[in-house]
Design a protein around this ligand. Sequence first.
Ligand SMILES: C[S@@+](CC[C@H](N)C(=O)[O-])C[C@H]1O[C@@H](n2cnc3c(N)ncnc32)[C@H](O)[C@@H]1O
Ligand code: SF4
Length: 428
Amino acid sequence: MTTLDTKLIEKYHRLGPRYFTYPSPRFWQKSEKEQSKFIKNDGGNLSVYIHIPFCESFCSYCGCNIKVTKDHSNEKKILKEIKSELLQYSNSLHGNTLGELYLGGGTPTFLSPENLKTLIGQIFDFFPKSSDFVGTIEVDPRVTTTGHLDVLKECGFSKLQIGVQDTDSKTLKSVNRFIEKDQLFRFMGEAHARFNHIGIDLIYGLPNQTLEGLAATANDLKTINADSVSVYPLAHVPWLKGQGGCETPNAIDKTILGAFLSNTLFENNYSELGMGHFSKNDGELFSLLKEGKLQKNIMGYTKAMTTATLGLGVGSISEYQGAYFQNDRVLEKYRHLLKNGKPLARSHILTPMDKEIKNAMGKIMCGNRIEFSDLKAIFNETPQDQISEIYRGFIEDKILTTVGEGYTITKLGRSFLKPLCLTLDGHL
Ligand SMILES: C[S@@+](CC[C@H](N)C(=O)[O-])C[C@H]1O[C@@H](n2cnc3c(N)ncnc32)[C@H](O)[C@@H]1O
Ligand code: SF4
């Protein structure tokens, strides 16, 4: 079994992007090129991401693009806005199939079950579902009803990504996200009864989170019985500091909490896919990794074999072969721009070197490999012995082994994908 020791985590700890995109949005060069040059109605299989930013209450750690409101007139507005965005793509994308629909937020179940069904129906009317369609939704167990779950099942959704974060009542209360454990477990039962794949989100480094409290959460993982677990280190959000006298753990304590969660997951028969995402050893995602068929897009690890992502809604990112485009992240601006055309705020056309690096990072994240030929292309002016020196420590620490014409990432190495990707990042 793999075990992580905190010294190794500290040795390789680097601040840096989570590589949802390469390059990361802060390095995008605003491009004047038209989006329509990159999107094609060529019968390809697409992912569609829809961002629903609304939440009825605020969890004080939240770093997502959200709008807190109890005004449910926003539901009809969302339906209209998504339809209006879709119509703008009717010439360029009609003819493609839908391999994946991912509803994220905010809280997608802010919409009533009826409006959720209408929203999903709008996408299905536009793109025919492919035979291996994957529907995924992020859900908050406090506000998701069996009515929502029934609609999602009826629409062919197979995966729920449930925000658990922690199960310790003290921690949950200090971040304004309390849920009774009974209610959470009941919700898990309802979810398992309807869907093939249950994923959960956990965060370490939350205010008042202790090793003892996290041990209780770790124990609850058996009852929760998720197929996959995403473990996030608390990302800095300025409004958390000192709030209500809650202190977040310091960097060392945070490392210990993270290592504890990883090791608990290993003990409970999970393996790390990479970047804090874990799958059951006999789960579908881990089998796909072993077969070299695992995919990763902006939304995370997936089995959906798609060639592009169309992002709809405020702040959503679209990814085409060779380019990224992002809608405005500010709701009012997004709404204003949409009235006059596409609500785009920024974009990036990949350079030939960006493409090399993105491709090599894809092999690290989904393929367990770093190929010497890719390193040669990326470090084209650098002598071979200097390139080897970059990876020497990783080999000594058993993160990499030399196999054939490249390095293979070991099982332990799956916990160090970020430092490996950072060795290639040409923008840092
Ligand atoms: C976009 S949120 C939507 C989830 C849903 N609204 C819920 O609360 O269950 C997706 C996940 O991002 C993670 N997240 C949010 N803010 C974070 C932060 N500041 N640091 C680390 N992870 C965070 C949480 O684990 C959350 O479940
Ligand atoms: S964690 Fe989820 S429910 Fe809480 S504020 Fe963020 S998006 Fe909304």
